[in-house]
Design a protein around this ligand. Sequence first.
Ligand code: ADP
Ligand code: ZN
Ligand code: ZN
Length: 731
Amino acid sequence: MIAKVIVDIATTELDRIFDYKIGYSGAVAGSRVIVPFGKFKTEGFVVSVSNSSSYPEDQLKSIIRVIDDVPALTKENLELASFITGKYHVSTASALRLFLPSEMRKGKVRKKTANYATLSSELSLKDMLLKLKANAEKQKQALNYLYKNGKTKVSILNETFSNSAVTALKTKGFIIVTEERIVRTPYKELGASEKKVKLTLEQSSAVQKILSSTKPTLLKGVTGSGKTEVYLQAIESVVKSGKTAIMLVPEISLTPQTFSRLRARFGDKCAILHSGLSAGERFDEWWRLRSGEAVIAIGARSAVFAPVENLGIIVIDEEHDQSYESESSPRYVTEEVALERARLSGAKVVLGSATPKIESYLKTKTGEFELAEMKDRVNGKPLPEIIIADMRSEVRRGNISAFSTALKQELKQTLDNKNQAIIFLNRRGYSQKVICRECGYVAKCTHCDVSLTYHRVDNQLKCHYCASAYKMLEACPECGSLSVNYSGTGTQRVVTELQELFPNAKILRMDNDNTQNKEGHYKILKEFGDKKADILVGTQMIAKGHDFPSVTLVGILDADMSLYFSDYRASERTFQLITQVAGRSGRADDKGKVVLQTYSPSNPVLTSAIRYDYDRFYLRECAVRQASGFPPFSHILRIMVEGEDEKLAIEALKKAFESAKTVFDNYRSSFIYFDKMKSPVKRINNKYRYQVLARITNNYKEIEDEFYKIANEVTSKKVLCYLEVNPSSIS
Ligand code: ADP
Ligand code: ZN
Ligand code: ZN
């Protein structure tokens, strides 16, 4: 028999199948193997097994050995890898690697084992004690200890009774030593207790819909409607029928509560996969899933590759979250991979959010997705009232602090009532967009309906979609004010100001600066959850689905900053953020409030958001996207060219552009935009960046395939070239 092997070496030239004789190695499709390769040995994956080879048998080398006792990859994994290779035009080896924890390759981590001792059952304790010498005190103690405590780690016996005593007992055959696997369990402290709940009507009909639908289900439920409970029940029912489940969350460290609830419900049946774990933990969790010991995988986007067999359901929580798009090679879209994996294994898919992506909601209208809606909060309370604070009038009245009068009042009230508050700052607010502090005017591109970005180097405003450049404003074209600037507030400044306003309040801060390590977020969230602080100040990270019952006030400092971000999804992101952040307020018995500070109070995105009117927002946004030719009514394609040598990068860009031009000529009617240019951020990490930018309205598959091929052809040792489809950032 012949094994078709992909060698695990990262160069594309080697991305083809090599034939090896299986011999007695026992390799099957999915096995990781060691094979001779040139003068060396290397690791490889067996992608299939066949009777024949196009090479004469005597020229083939044999597999040296199989690496794992169970094939690391399943048949379904191999099929999914081939989908990924085909769709994103990446090498088979890099697609296969997605399925394995990186530390497993090159044998960096192994299963952890320990030796355990038990008393031999051949003799009774009394007989053994009698056979020992009178002065063998330690050995007697060790026997008595084992008799009382049962199986014990040898290392503990050694420490307590000395190595020589334990060895002596072993030699005499009085104790039996066995090697057993130890599982390194992450987040042991999570998931202790759980209250059992009775589903609301909306929840149970959502569960019904998910389980009975043959299509993927979009679960659109307002914040606090109990979506997690719906996922858990759906998972429970799938697991009961003997199948497995995958639950994806935006970022584990930001959503420990979700994991904790899963653990509480399913115990050791669930395993967690994410990059913040130690190598050993990750390795063990992975094997627990692969071996079937655990049947529910939870994790961030890469958990879509969890090694479970017989998959019954994939849940994508907060499906609108940007973290589901991979920003480094292989650039896959989690949802696309999940849908394909579900198709291959006949599994259900649930996408959940209070604010679904425009694309996803559109799919419920076209019949591609089923829609399950939950319009009420579990606690029966209305969604928190959102009060708008018009910052223009605050500025006119001379209030230049980060806090409006309304927010200050509400904060005081909240602290007086011994409740908690969250102050949200927009991370995107620090980007260089230009806003008039008096009238709220924002500089926009005349061709694209996206805001312009200030470029300090050449003092210009630029559009990141069409590359138009404009002179920097000296005064506001709307109202003539000279207060046009591009600054934002920082979390630190906000905390300082807040502390001056409320000297007795205990304030916590959470942003990228102070939360680097894996425990960082979790600690801060736990402290706040345990009511050890009154106010939590933070950026995007605090917008995620936290459930803090004592929070009754949320302040949103610069709501419109992301509204004009130079991204066609700016409005969508703003709507999502406001809804998500506001949703942290009033989740338990006390009514919640939200103060939203803005310079453009009549902006339709904000007026929809404060009424929680997703449908109105959706209709308007769809109309805008359709009229301006942005996704989901088009695809944005960007061929990126990056190289340290600018000349070579420009040459590569020209080559890419020329090839793309022939595609453009062949499909002219599909293109609504096509050009080459410097990338908005011209140099990152010493690499010059150029791009070919296009927007197309049909023939997606054909044109994208061509563009992927071009990118692969242009890539060289000195210049990296890759295609992005609807990139979430085009910096
Ligand atoms: P969402 O993800 O939709 O914002 P959660 O799933 O976090 O909402 O649920 C909000 C709160 O309501 C949680 O504390 C959860 O334990 C609780 N909850 C969920 N379902 C029920 C129910 N049927 N009865 C009582 N409490 C529930
Ligand atoms: Zn103005
Ligand atoms: Zn433009």
